[in-house]
Design a protein around this ligand. Sequence first.
Ligand code: NAP
Length: 255
Amino acid sequence: MANDLNGKTALVTGGSRGIGAQVCRTLAARGAAVAVHYASGEKEAAAVAAGINTAGGKAFTVQADISRHAEVVSMFAQFDAGLAKLGLPQGLDILVNNAGRGGGGPLGQTTEADFDAVFGLNVKGLLFVTQMAAERLRDEGRVVNISSATSRGAQAARLVYAASKWAVNGLTLSLAQELAPRRITVNAVAPGAVATDMIAAARQDKVFNDMVIGATAFKRFGEPQDIADVVGFLVGPQGGWVTAQVIEASGGLRL
Ligand SMILES: NC(=O)c1ccc[n+]([C@@H]2O[C@H](COP(=O)([O-])OP(=O)(O)OC[C@H]3O[C@@H](n4cnc5c(N)ncnc54)[C@H](OP(=O)(O)O)[C@@H]3O)[C@@H](O)[C@H]2O)c1
């Protein structure tokens, strides 16, 4: 697969940490020029981009709080300028909508602020990033939305987060229909529990760890590379016939 993304340009939201950072490194190692998006992690995103550039790849950073539409507009201005600065053609081949957040608990403990924050990033943000990306995506481009295995069943303890990922799955289907005439694929990857900052606090709790390991057929947490590999398949030349799918990558959750 080395160099099979040569000449392609990718934008990865939430590329500063966790799953997104590993997606950036994976796509860059295969030859894609990568825009590493961050919200607050300027240093972390710069380190991801520097690592890629030092290894002989091409990367630059863009910043936005994606839950704010005006900042999405600004992010794409940064993206266009970043390509120009590197002497790359305008346009986009691969969008990975990875930025996401948790928040909220069971019904009785859910606040309006929780709902607005979670849906603002995971759903509204994803939609408007994709809207602006679609203007730039070349024919046969790729969109991958990072959903969650929580969207596969009931999640009373985290109902707003789970509902936001059900919404991501729904958007994935409609966007796949919308972009199909341009042979752009749109899919979602639904990870199980992955060892990142997002669940670092929960992992301090032995009950949580035992519950995840017990419910996972392969008896371990996922690693960011496990998810990056699935994204890598979908955005590569071998993935062109797969669209409108939600692919769970969880090591066999709740088999
Ligand atoms: N980890 C898991 O167990 C798991 C399981 C299923 C699905 N997922 C999904 O996988 C994706 C990545 O999760 P992760 O575990 O890698 O999370 P993470 O380590 O917590 O990283 C979250 C990323 O999202 C960015 N972000 C946060 N708020 C933002 C905002 N308002 N605007 C733009 N970007 C924002 C962060 O940017 P800054 O750091 O720069 O602020 C960071 O890059 C998410 O969509 C998550 O829902 C994760």
